[in-house]
Design a protein around this ligand. Structure first.
Ligand SMILES: NC(=O)c1ccc[n+]([C@@H]2O[C@H](COP(=O)([O-])OP(=O)(O)OC[C@H]3O[C@@H](n4cnc5c(N)ncnc54)[C@H](OP(=O)(O)O)[C@@H]3O)[C@@H](O)[C@H]2O)c1
Length: 245
């Protein structure tokens, strides 16, 4: 995909990896960036630094009406970055109720699905374009300290494969991104080495340019992915040592 002529929409653009995507796209010289956030006031600085190329969009990906409105407003999009996500630390059993697990499925899986459904016809009309889904290395092996989150990201991975097949005949490139720990609010209580969010954004822009489908953007993700190909049960056992409190 040629980045210069791209018109992008980034969900969860107000902080963390989403904000890094907006900065990387701006630096790459893309034509227009729709920066989407639940509270557009949090985008003021980003929009001000965009030289007129960054537009704020109010968007909660779990709100069907807001998803519809975003698609109507940003009908010229050629690159959809499904970045918005939530993570609630805890296990499947060692957690009070199902609320957190439902919320993670709602935002991470159904939010990404709703956005993909709303924007797929627009991408087709605009020449094919691309969808980038932020999954996680936890899509491929369950991390018990974030058990239900891992399950929601496994669902995102499966959806990404299905979307890729389904949208291949309209020329839409579909990229799955599988990071390890990234230095954002989401991972602030996870005491492990983390990479800066800009590293994820740069790896994805490179993948878009080169046509790579699966992105393992940091050393931990690349190592776990390599080990999974070699001995998946050993990886499951090793990661399984990280149990919830
Ligand atoms: N950080 C990591 O270690 C890591 C690793 C692998 C994958 N990821 C994935 O990368 C993506 C970005 O994560 P991050 O680390 O940047 O997290 P973050 O710093 O916690 O930011 C999450 C972003 O998602 C937005 N969001 C949450 N619920 C939303 C909703 N219902 N509708 C629209 N936006 C919503 C948040 O908006 P508000 O400000 O309004 O809450 C925020 O902009 C996520 O999909 C995450 O699962 C992160």
């Amino acid at each position: 995909m040629e980045l210069k002529d791209t018109i992008a929409l980034v969900t969860g653009a107000n902080r963390g990896i989403g904000q890094a995507f907006v900065e990387a796209l701006r630096n790459a010289g893309v034509e227009k960036i729709y920066a989407a956030a639940r509270d557009t006031a949090t985008l003021a600085e980003t929009v001000a630094g965009g030289g007129g190329r960054i537009k704020a969009v109010k968007l909660d990906v779990t709100d069907p009406e807001q998803v519809r409105a975003a698609a109507a407003l940003a009908s010229d999009v050629t690159l959809l970055i499904n970045n918005a996500g939530v993570a609630i630390f805890g296990g499947f059993i060692a957690t009070g109720d199902l609320e957190g697990a439902r919320r993670e499925m709602d935002v991470n899986y159904f939010g990404t699905l709703a956005m993909s459904r709303a924007f797929a016809p627009l991408l087709k009309r605009n020449g094919g374009g691309a969808i980038v889904n932020l999954a996680s290395i936890a899509s491929h092996v369950n991390f018990p300290i974030i058990g239900p989150y891992s399950a929601s990201k496994a669902a995102v991975h499966s959806m990404t494969q299905g979307l890729r097949a389904e949208l291949s005949n309209q020329g839409t490139q579909v990229i799955g991104v599988y990071p390890g720990p990234v230095d954002t609010d989401m991972a602030k209580n996870f005491d492990v080495p983390k990479v800066p969010p800009a590293q994820i954004a740069e790896a994805v822009l490179k993948a878009l340019a080169e046509g790579t489908e699966d992105v393992y953007p940091d050393p931990m993700a690349a190592e776990i992915h390599g080990n999974l190909l070699h001995d998946p049960k050993a990886v499951e056992k090793q990661i399984g040592e990280m149990r919830p409190e």
